[in-house]
Design a protein around this ligand. Structure first.
Ligand code: PLP
Length: 417
């Protein structure tokens, strides 16, 4: 089910015409659907009914306060990777007792703040981090609940930049090291072992790497049990893929069902950290065609969103669908390269797209709700886009468009100038 659909040739976000949103709030603009976010999150919840579980939305996928608020109201947990994300979740009304803290180089200050907030678990990614966490917990006077992130050495068969479960990656500890790290954790006075964690990559479209991972982790849980170490929760991370073009990822329901089947009757709380599968298809990026520039080599459509707004095509060779907001289609039909205003040849949103375009047309880039706005920057001193959250017929300004004053906040000329 899509919450972005055409009605009489006009793209709507839930019940609001995208054109009306762009006229009122300008472009480029990220437009999110509350119902789409809720629908995806609740699909996880429904699939996990009858089994002890916690679904922790991966904040880094889309960390806007309004987005976090929507999920917090449904009782979601949150997976954070920085102290900044912790503050966002708290500001949005998220329950600290449902927060897990991932990330390879947490600072002592971040650890202390998370302990004081009373988070559910630290996903520890190295032996050195475990020692540091133990000292911080001692200083704060609160034991730190931990799980160790293991790297199961499975190939997630995804883009190398978003594959995290191979030995060569910087994430987690190897299967061979895991027992030693857990034994050390058991010796330490200020950490309490509660779980086992992994996260093998992103945009996975096949279940088999998850099932291989689960197999290996269950064996590790048995090995740990023999060493007298009890694991209460198993966190399988995030990474479930979405359809951007013609990918065929499993549905959330069938993904969870396959895992539950392999898990059998084990007494374990199941945890997940989905980001993309909740947010990607809950958002579009709307942009306007400034100029058309057909040349002998390429037909360029110069739009007002650039790689500073949406870097995924440049960074990961990501393909995202781009369609006109109005389907009237009176424009010039060609294979268009949709390019932005940034001074880089890598500044494109899509290449060779078969579209009928006029100067001034509005375009929508689909699947932009995850890893879109959050990866945006001020490169070329371009203010970041507005973010709007649509809820039925209502449009909520989730983040104002960034002004020049916002951009130079904290900067200073030299003294005496
Ligand atoms: C990025 C990340 C996630 C979310 O991944 P998605 O592919 O967006 O589901 C979950 N857990 C960790 C540790 C991550 O780094």
């Amino acid at each position: 089910m899509s919450f972005f659909s055409y009605r009489e040739g006009e793209l709507h976000a839930e019940d609001v015409p995208v054109r009306a949103i762009c006229d009122a709030h300008g472009t480029p603009a990220y437009i999110y659907s509350r119902a789409a976010l809720e629908n995806a999150y609740l699909e996880y919840e429904r699939a996990l009914e009858g089994c002890e579980h916690l679904v922790c939305y991966a904040v880094k996928a889309n960390s806007n306060l309004a987005v976090l608020d929507v999920l917090a109201r449904l009782g979601a947990g949150f997976d954070i990777v920085s102290g900044g994300e912790l503050e966002r979740v708290l500001q949005a009304g998220g329950d600290p007792a449902k927060i897990v803290f991932s990330g390879v180089s947490k600072t002592a200050a971040e650890m202390a703040r998370a302990l004081e907030a009373g988070i559910h678990c630290f996903n520890v990614e190295s032996a050195a981090e475990l020692e540091a966490l133990n000292s911080v917990a001692n200083a704060v006077g609160r034991p730190a609940p931990v799980s160790v992130r293991v790297n199961p050495d499975v190939d997630a068969k995804t883009h190398p930049y978003i594959s995290t479960g191979l030995r060569e990656n910087k994430f987690g500890v190897t299967m061979e090291e895991a027992l030693r790290v857990y034994q050390r954790a058991a010796e330490l006075e200020h950490v309490e072992i509660i779980g086992l964690d992994c996260h093998i990559g992103s945009q996975l479209t096949d279940i088999s790497p998850y099932l291989d991972t689960l197999q290996r982790l269950l064996e590790l849980i048995d090995t740990l049990a023999k060493a007298g170490i009890t694991i209460r929760h198993l966190d399988l991370g995030g990474g479930l893929g979405v359809r951007y073009r013609d990918e065929e990822p499993p549905s959330i329901a069938s993904f969870i069902a396959a895992i539950r089947e392999q898990l059998g009757q084990r007494e374990l709380t199941l945890m997940f950290e989905p980001g993309r599968s909740i947010a990607a298809n809950a958002g579009i990026l709307a942009t306007r065609v400034e100029y058309l520039k057909p040349t002998a080599e390429h037909n360029f459509a110069l739009v007002d969103a650039g790689m500073n707004d949406m870097i995924r095509p440049a960074l990961y060779q990501a393909w995202l669908d781009i369609q006109p907001v109005s389907q009237a289609g009176s424009g010039q039909r060609a294979q268009w390269d949709i390019v932005g205003p940034v001074c880089e040849t890598g500044d494109f949103l899509g290449k060779g797209r078969d579209l009928s375009l006029n100067q001034g047309d509005l375009l929508a880039m689909f699947g932009a709700g995850a890893y879109g706005f959050v990866m945006s920057s001020n490169y070329n001193t371009r203010g970041r886009a507005a973010e709007l959250l649509v809820d039925g017929e209502q449009v909520h300004v989730a983040r104002e468009r960034e002004s020049f004053t916002d951009m130079i906040r904290g900067e200073q000329r030299l003294p005496g100038s």
